[in-house]
Design a protein around this ligand. Structure first.
Ligand SMILES: C[S@@+](CC[C@H](N)C(=O)[O-])C[C@H]1O[C@@H](n2cnc3c(N)ncnc32)[C@H](O)[C@@H]1O
Length: 205
């Protein structure tokens, strides 16, 4: 797993995250990003081209140093200034109530202690601040969900800790954030076990 995780997985991840099927969902999700912005789980930097024109600077975190070979050149080529840190979302060093927007795409599935991480999102958002999310997760369809539970252990091993069975809306609700809007759909061209999407936003009261 060491060699796979360090040398193979980053390429697979960047390839998968670069799929055109995510372009429109990313653009829609990021359209409401404004003010001081934090992106958690920056990955290989695939969101950068999808921020709206008014965004000129973001802070971003991701713990995986193996992704730097992809994210570094994208940060360098972007017109957006990215203040990047190797950090886990479970322990953010930022002052409370200091961000207007926190962005999270295709990442709640991979954070080991996702409840703690969402608590941190709640803490660092200003009152009235927005959490913007685009996530795959547990399907409401029993047949799909059964396969998600079956394949979940394998997915975690080959997918960098990615879970197929997380319920995005329930997790956001537990964090103290107030769900504002959520769209659910299956992505075309992606197996249903990995393609049940939840896209939306939540607000800090
Ligand atoms: C499937 S990738 C998504 C990357 C990017 N958000 C995108 O949309 O292309 C999941 C990301 O979550 C990151 N991740 C894993 N554990 C994390 C943690 N504890 N805190 C923050 N990010 C984490 C991984 O390193 C990886 O970059």
């Amino acid at each position: 797993m060491g060699l796979y995780h360090h040398c193979v997985f980053p390429y697979l991840l960047d390839f998968a995250m670069g799929s055109r099927v995510f372009d429109k969902p990313r653009k829609r999700t990021l359209a409401r990003a404004s003010g001081r912005i934090l992106e958690i789980g920056f990955g290989t930097g695939r969101n950068l081209p999808h921020y709206p024109p008014g965004v000129s600077r973001i802070e971003a975190i991701d713990p995986d140093t193996d992704l730097d070979r992809f994210s570094g050149p994208r940060i360098a080529a972007s017109s957006i200034a990215v203040d990047f840190h190797h950090l886990n979302a479970e322990h953010l060093p930022f002052t409370g109530e200091s961000f207007d927007t926190v962005v999270c795409t295709l990442t709640l599935c991979s954070i080991p202690d996702v409840v703690h991480a969402l608590g941190e999102v709640h803490r660092v958002l200003k009152p009235g601040g927005r959490f913007l999310f685009l996530e795959h997760g547990l399907s409401p369809d029993a047949d799909v969900a059964r396969w998600q539970h079956r394949l979940n252990p394998l997915q975690q091993r080959i997918g960098g800790g990615c879970h197929l069975t997380r319920d995005t809306v329930a997790l956001v609700g537990q964090s103290g954030l107030q769900l504002h809007d959520a769209e659910h759909y299956y992505l075309r061209h992606i197996p249903r076990v990995a393609g049940y999407m939840t896209e939306g936003s939540a607000l800090k009261a």
